[in-house]
Write a protein that binds this ligand. Structure first.
Ligand code: AMP
Ligand code: ZN
Length: 475
């Protein structure tokens, strides 16, 4: 029986979807103004494990994750600037161009980390008419008010906004929006729609609305997309813990006031990653991008580092995480090699171990997706396999398939071989490396960089050593 921790009740509860056999899940996605950092990647990997495990259990999962491409302000109290417009101005490009560029970069990282793409990844800017409709409903029902071309949600009108109080994690997080907007009636009120004009500045991304030209407040997109693609009540809604004090209570207030129905049955929140003991965030500039780590260590190692801890435990990203991930991957690879090279014997001792590893794995994962315990079961199994290579070949093969399958549920793909022995790849790489060397001699750095970049995208890294260039497969 799968139990999932529900932030709303602060308890693990037996999971039961609204419709038998189907799970509708929404997770808050990337604000596409900057590269995916390792904290973001950890949160997305956590949701990937959740989705994969639900699918493993036979559920038909429909996953929606948004791209925030407008309206996420630098300050939670609606006072700051739109993150995308600000960055676009700094880079001297159009905000739409920045968004496209970041979304492309985002998919590369997601694919390299073997995170299954959501069924739908809508952009906030694609649902503006739907947002306007919900705002109209909220105004009609008296949950919202208009001031100078801005529309705010009146948190005093929503009796359950109090639910938030018990959700407050600590004072520091609750203080995230101490700055008050003079146009608002109450402290917790938040923007549904913002006037495109502020002083002598005009927002580039703007739309016509009954309240004049403007753009949506950040929180509205998730309510609208969740309900548009998944229905008025979702089974699961996920996000990082930073969303507990503001973003998610606001989503609840908007959606439930509009429909009169419960918005979400299970609220899931992923803990944060710190970097060498310090809070990691894009706005503090204290972060490592997922891309840097993937380029250096390969997607598999990074993914292993990301899913080794439980999603509700904080992780400090330090060199030990990568070291451990590498040694665990080595351990798994050695075991798979041992199986491949063993000609087997007559023993059948692994039969029960194969059943046991599956049931221990499921028991761990049924307990709120406890990945550390799931790994412990896998590593125990690996020990057993390594000392039981005299089992019948078909049993060894079954052990290999089980290992690969269970690791696959955690998003770790061990079906790909390292490839060094593959004659055809070696020949092809020799040709490519020669072309690259030639282009470098001719000072055609554009081509040589392109070759290196394209190879990196498919997980092949070129290193220029003293004895000439060498290549390795990193994913
Ligand atoms: P953002 O692009 O800032 O809106 O964040 C995208 C997702 O990453 C959200 O679900 C955040 O909660 C999550 N997130 C942001 N920073 C971190 C961090 N340091 N550790 C884990 N998750 C994070
Ligand atoms: Zn959201």
């Amino acid at each position: 029986m799968l139990k999932i921790y529900n932030t709303m009740t602060r308890q693990k509860e037996v999971f039961k979807p609204i419709e038998e056999g189907r799970v509708r899940i929404y997770t808050c996605g990337q604000t596409v103004y900057d590269d995916v950092h390792i904290g973001n990647a950890r949160t997305y990997s956590s949701w990937d494990v959740v989705v994969r495990y639900l699918r493993y259990k036979g559920y038909d999962v429909f996953h929606v994750q948004n791209f925030t491409d407008v309206g996420h302000l630098t300050d939670d109290a609606d006072q700051g600037e739109d993150k995308i417009e600000k960055r676009a101005r700094e880079e001297n490009i159009n905000p739409w161009e920045l968004v496209d560029k970041q979304i492309q970069e985002y998919w590369q990282v997601i694919d390299n980390l073997n995170i299954q793409r959501p069924n739908i990844s809508p952009r906030a800017t694609a649902v503006i008419p739907d947002m306007i409709e919900i705002i109209k409903i909220l105004l009609e029902k008296g949950y919202a008010y208009e001031v100078e071309g801005n529309v705010y949600y009146d948190t005093f009108k929503f009796k359950d906004y109090g639910k938030l109080a018990k959700l407050k994690l600590d004072e520091e997080k609750a203080q995230a929006r101490v700055v008050q907007d003079p146009l608002k009636r109450n402290y917790y009120d938040f923007a549904l729609w913002l006037n495109a004009r502020k002083g002598d500045q005009i927002h580039i991304m703007r739309w016509n609305s009954p309240w004049g030209e403007g753009y949506p407040g950040w929180h509205l997109e998730c309510s609208v997309m969740g309900m548009k693609y998944l229905g008025e009540t979702l089974d699961i809604h996920g996000g990082g813990i930073d969303h507990i004090p503001t973003h998610h209570p606001n989503e609840i207030a908007q959606s439930e006031a509009a429909t009169g129905k419960k918005f979400v049955n299970w609220w899931m929140h992923a803990e944060f990653i710190t970097l060498n003991g310090q809070k990691m965030s894009k706005s503090l500039g204290n972060y490592v991008t997922a891309r840097e780590l993937i380029d250096e260590h390969g997607g598999l190692v990074v993914r292993m580092g990301l899913v080794s801890g439980h999603y509700r435990s904080a992780v400090d990203w330090n060199p030990k995480v990568i070291e451990n991930a590498k040694s665990n991957i080595e351990k798994i690879r050695n075991c798979l090699n041992n199986i491949e090279h063993s000609s087997g014997g007559n023993s059948e001792t692994l039969k029960s171990a194969i059943k046991e590893v599956r049931s221990s794995f499921e028991e761990a994962m049924d307990d709120d997706f406890n990945t550390p315990r799931a790994f412990a079961a896998i590593y125990e199994f690996i020990k057993q396999v390594n000392s039981s290579l005299d089992n019948k070949k078909e049993i060894l093969n079954k052990a290999r398939d089980t290992l690969i399958e269970l690791l696959g549920v955690l998003g770790l793909d061990f079906t790909k071989k390292k490839g060094f022995d593959d004659k055809k790849i070696n020949e092809l790489m020799e040709i490519i490396i020669n072309i690259r060397e030639q282009s470098r001699k001719e000072k055609n750095y554009e081509l040589s960089d392109k070759i290196r970049k394209k190879l990196r995208e498919v997980g092949i890294q070129i290193e220029d050593g003293a004895e000439g260039p060498r290549w390795k497969i990193t994913t």
